[in-house]
Design a protein. Structure first.
Length: 318
């Protein structure tokens, strides 16, 4: 296993600056945020693909700092009811897949997307209840008419480049838990995988260890990020919370640096479960903890993860 970095928190940095930062922190692998909701400040696939020299320069910059580009991420809503948004995000995703294929990266991560509740909808509609009764019908329509057809078509492009797609399970998106991840994988094929991030599982009361062992070899990428619950807030209002992420004290739950929401004991169990599931890749630090600076956060996360990951292949009991 290795410790990597998810570059989504560096929207203001150039590619060279991102690579330099990762190298200085002793990180080995990059999960490159590119396009759609991530922006394109340090990786704009559409522009890079226009010139083979730009492609070479992009790769050589990572190599210069002794970094591996482990995966790309393009988190967007490709089935947004607003066609302009859907087309823009889809164009970004297709460019990311093409760039990954061109440089030999085998994993692209992202969301499944969230459509409206019917053909003439104006906004996405995430359905989490079967009542009133029409909600269940809306959900069936979304999967049959939008989600499955889109990913069946996109899987053709993924297979062309022999790339696996890692869905991050995220409420507000069609794939938000173990069951919906397996549902899309069963419907489309084994190139539909999981970008495993326990963060949003915690507040949904999903057991991350059981989820890992159930998903097994569907896991193609991992985010090392944590979460803390605000029990006082939850006791009054529950876990569904649209409060701004910056309003730390008023939220039901908050993103935490790895190890600052759940202790070392939990993370050791998660790392062990990942190995049991067949995953021996990088754990990519995702830092959205408003209490800790980027500099200090990545320093602490690197030390923490180095202590608990397996640095060598499993041994044999004699």
């Amino acid at each position: 296993m290795k410790v990597g970095i998810f570059t989504n928190c560096f929207k203001d940095k150039t590619w060279e600056e991102v690579c330099m930062f990762a190298s200085e922190k002793g990180l080995n692998v990059l999960e490159v945020g590119a396009g759609a909701l991530h922006g394109k400040s340090h990786c704009n696939p559409v522009e890079i693909l226009k010139d083979n020299d730009k492609v070479k320069k992009f790769v050589k910059t990572a190599e210069k700092y002794d970094l591996e580009i482990g995966s790309f991420s393009c988190m967007g809503n490709y089935i947004h009811p607003n066609k302009k948004i859907a087309e823009e995000h889809t164009r970004d995703l297709e460019s990311v897949i093409e760039l990954a294929g061109k440089i030999g990266v085998k994993v692209v991560n992202g969301f499944a997307g969230c459509p409206g509740a019917q053909e003439d909808a104006l906004y996405p509609n995430w359905i989490g209840l079967p009542y009133p009764p029409e909600y269940a019908e809306y959900s069936r329509w979304q999967w049959k008419e939008k989600i499955i057809p889109f990913w069946k078509e996109m899987s053709k492009k993924l297979r062309k480049y022999k790339i696996k797609y890692g869905f991050e399970m995220h409420p507000g998106d069609a794939v938000y838990n173990t069951a919906t991840l397996l549902r899309i994988r069963e419907a489309i094929g084994e190139d539909m995988g999981c970008c495993y991030d326990p963060t949003h599982l915690f507040w949904q009361q999903i057991d991350p260890i059981k989820s890992v062992l159930t998903l097994g070899d569907a896991i193609v990428n991992v985010h090392a990020q944590d979460l803390a619950l605000n029990e006082t807030k939850i006791s009054l209002d529950g876990v569904l919370d649209p409060t701004n992420y910056e309003d730390y004290e008023d939220r039901a739950w908050n993103f935490k640096l790895v190890g600052y929401g759940h202790g070392e004991d939990f993370w050791k169990k998660l790392v062990s479960a990942l190995r049991r599931a067949g995953f021996d890749g990088s754990l990519n630090i995702e830092h959205q903890d408003v209490l800790i600076s980027l500099e200090e956060g990545f320093n602490k996360a690197k030390v923490f993860l180095d202590r608990i990951i397996f640095h060598k292949p499993a041994g044999k009991i004699i």
